[in-house]
Design a protein around this ligand. Structure first.
Ligand code: ADP
Ligand code: ZN
Ligand code: ZN
Length: 735
């Protein structure tokens, strides 16, 4: 008897932190099943699609108890070895079930039993017989007749065109196919190539030095920070280097933040590179996403621009990875599989032996720390490219100043000055809605959300109260729900209210508001941006949506209405974020010929953070923040993991975490510290109570050696069934 075939280890999409072994499918004799191929497997009562991880001859379960693979879906590996390795590593590092990790990495259609090929666009055309047929022959089938008549007038038709002939065309078309009057064919979709190429500006000396350093690193692993102020021409450097990589027949992966992927950016890439560029973001249909993924995998796309999850895209010949706006928090997934696309991209580059460029005007503290340690190369673009100059930044001390809707007299005067000089003004306030709460002037009732420890925001235009934490919504009460009084007042300021006030203060100028509420509809953002560029809207007002990536050449004044918010927040990263946000918003000013000015309103003008930021710039400010982190042993001077739990029952999360902490024993001897449990800063959210346990270590390794075995025990805890829990490794938000 021949030796039994080895078992297959499969990553099955399930919340269990392990892989599963299966017998090879019936009838398989000697075929090698490589890792990375998808298979259909029985799992409990379900049939699921998993990915083969490898083969084994040993298993804990007796061979006759093992289940058999039902079907092998792919005839060759769908995921190449480098991606399989990256995913296995990520599953371990982020302590997330391997099956879910693999399924996150696949385009939605491939998570099911869908063929891994580029779905072409279907078209129908008449056969010679159909062409010669007299439409009267189909008199008794009016739909078929209508289709025939229409198709006799054109070469071929697609779904959309057929839809206009008759709504219910499919059955009729099916019949025509059967009768041999029609033929069906598929048109493959190729990545878009723009033929109208634009010639870039020659690089300036700083850009050239940076580009040379990157080019020199090609063919080996190196991480390079491209630290360049807004408008310094980072994108121009990327494009210059990318074209060289393409010339060498290699591909480039470009990761951008969620709201950084604008049509203008993609356009600029397409026009300057004149090479096939594939785009991957959450706005694509499943078919579009699959197409882009396959074009990257088979090498037809030379450049892949995508958001976070594009880090898992297979590439046939990777040559370079670029992370634009590397400091952006959207690179970290905040739910489920909580990976950092930036950190995984660095790992991927190291494994592939290629360089990675981290570009930003405001590097994250982690990245600056890595530069200080000599692990990353620090490249600088200290000046704006082209004719633009860096803006002047100043503070406005608003203490004891008369304020009109968050706008001080000083700021208003400046606005007047810039507006009458023909410039545009940008006002920044990171709070949307009309007012953050409604309050009863008679009895003190406030618009508390029933489901969260938070107030409901008044949205006056739609006349509703909305909770920004759980999305609960209700009509604005006409009388106080507590005392029936009718003196309900809005309290505090959001963008909607400031928009109204600015419009009143500047009746001769138009105001455009850009926040999540005004850009909800598809295409709304583009419409607003077009208006800005057409010069409509002299005052632009918005939230952090305005801070990123946009180019407003005519903005000469930026006003930051409330900088105090970030100075005293409990969040570990609040100051870092505030400094980044201020610099990013400031970067919108004076991007063209006109010089820009930035004014920051604050009650704490002496605050060392603000002082350093405006006098010495972001890098010095970051250094100050790094010192603070070092003194208090926070990352990057230590490593963190956060165990979170929530439940509708108030006591359950704390009880669960307390038991988890007990199970951990005292790992201090191994250099790991357990802090908590404590209720989360906002304890109740969407009707659930939340608590957390922090695990900290000075070194990465002991933390990871501790986490695996500990979580294995935590998973078996009975109290765990009463809560929803998750682990977050390298959390960016500590609540
Ligand atoms: P960043 O990505 O750093 O914000 P961009 O690459 O978008 O900067 O460049 C900012 C502006 O400067 C763009 O309008 C760009 O066309 C222009 N620019 C970039 N490099 C040069 C150069 N070497 N000479 C002249 N203009 C340049
Ligand atoms: Zn009242
Ligand atoms: Zn709520």
């Amino acid at each position: 008897m021949s030796k039994p075939l080895p078992l297959l280890t499969v990553a099955v999409p399930s919340p269990l932190r392990r892989s599963f072994d299966y017998l090879p499918p019936e009838g398989l004799v000697n075929e090698q099943i490589e890792a990375g191929r998808r298979v259909q497997v029985p799992f409990g009562r379900q049939t699921l699609v998993g990915v083969v991880l490898g083969t084994t001859n040993q298993t804990e379960i007796a061979r006759d108890k093992l289940k058999r693979i039902k079907k092998i879906i792919d005839s060759e590996p769908l995921l190449p070895p480098d991606i399989c390795k990256l995913l296995k590593w990520a599953s371990q590092y982020y302590q997330h079930p391997i099956g879910e990790v693999f399924s996150t990495a696949l385009p939605a259609l491939l998570r099911a039993d869908h063929a891994a090929r580029v779905a072409g666009k279907r078209r129908w055309q008449l056969s010679d017989r159909g062409q010669a047929l007299d439409p009267d022959a189909l008199k008794r089938a009016p739909r078929q007749q209508a289709l025939l008549k229409a198709m006799q007038k054109t070469a071929s038709m697609d779904t959309r065109a057929l839809q206009t002939i008759t709504e219910n065309w499919r059955p009729a078309m099916k019949r025509l196919l059967e009768l041999g009057y029609v033929e069906e064919r598929e048109e493959t979709i190729l990545p878009e190539v723009v033929t109208e190429v634009c010639v870039p500006h020659p690089l300036n000396p700083a850009q050239q030095t940076a580009a040379d350093a990157i080019v020199e690193a090609l063919g080996q692993f190196r991480a390079l920070l491209l630290d360049g102020i807004t408008g310094s021409g980072k994108t121009a450097v990327y494009l210059d280097v990318i074209s060289k990589v393409i010339e060498q027949g290699q591909q480039v992966l470009v990761l951008v933040p969620e709201i950084g992927l604008t049509p203008q950016l993609v356009d600029r890439f397409r026009r300057q590179l004149a090479s096939p560029v594939a785009v991957m973001h959450s706005g694509l249909t499943d078919h579009e996403r699959l197409t882009a993924w396959l074009l990257a995998k088979n090498g037809e796309a030379r450049v892949i621009i995508g958001t976070r999850s594009a880090v898992f895209t297979p590439l046939i010949k990777p040559g370079l990875i670029i992370i634009d706006e590397e400091h952006d928090p959207s690179f970290k997934q905040q739910e489920g599989f909580r990976y950092s696309a930036r950190d995984l991209a660095i790992l991927r580059a190291r494994d592939a032996g290629i360089p990675i460029v981290l570009g930003t005007a405001t590097p994250s503290l982690e990245t600056l720390y890595n530069c200080q340690q000599g692990r990353y190369t620090h490249l600088h673009l200290p000046e704006r490219a082209g004719p633009a100059q860096a803006p002047k930044i100043g503070l406005i001390d608003v203490r004891k100043q008369p304020m009109d809707h968050l706008i001080s007299v000083g700021l208003r005067e400046k606005m007047r000055e810039h507006l009458s000089g023909g410039g545009q003004v940008l006002l920044f306030l990171n709070r949307r809605g009309f007012a953050p709460m409604l309050i009863c002037h008679d009895c003190g009732w406030v618009s508390q959300c029933e489901r969260c420890d938070s107030r409901m925001t008044l949205h006056q235009q739609i006349n509703r109260l909305r909770c920004h934490h759980c999305d609960r919504e209700q009509a604005v009460p006409t009388a106080c729900p507590a005392c029936q009084g009718d003196d309900l007042r809005s309290f505090g300021y959001g963008t909607e209210r400031i928009e109204q006030a600015v419009q009143q203060q500047f009746p001769d100028h138009s105001v455009l508001r850009i926040d999540r509420d005004t850009t909800r509809r598809k295409g709304a953002m583009q419409t607003l941006l077009d208006k800005v560029h057409a010069g409509e809207g002299q005052v632009l007002l918005g939230t952090q949506m305005l801070a990123k990536g946009h180019h407003f050449p005519n903005v000469t004044l930026v006003g930051i209405l409330d900088a105090d918010y970030g100075l005293y927040s409990i969040d570990l990263r609040a100051s870092e974020r505030m400094a980044q946000l201020i610099m990013q918003v400031a970067g919108r000013a004076g991007r063209a010929e006109k010089p820009g000015e930035v004014l920051i309103q604050t009650h704490h003008p002496e605050h060392p953070l603000l002082q350093t930021l405006i006098k010495q710039g972001y890098d010095q400010c970051a250094e100050l923040l790094l010192k603070e982190r070092q003194e208090s042993h926070w990352p990057p001077y230590s490593y963190l993991a956060l165990l979170r739990a929530d439940a509708t029952d108030k006591g359950a999360p704390m009880a669960f975490l307390a038991e988890a902490a007990r199970l951990a024993g005292d790992p201090a001897g191994n250099g790991v510290e357990i802090l908590g449990p404590v209720p989360s800063p906002m304890e109740r959210r969407a009707g659930r109570y939340r608590a957390q346990l922090l695990i900290q270590s000075e070194q990465r390794q002991p933390l990871h050696e501790f986490l695996g075995p500990w979580l294995f025990q935590v998973e078996a805890m009975k109290t765990g069934r009463k809560v929803r829990w998750s682990i977050d490794v390298d959390p960016v938000e500590l609540f």
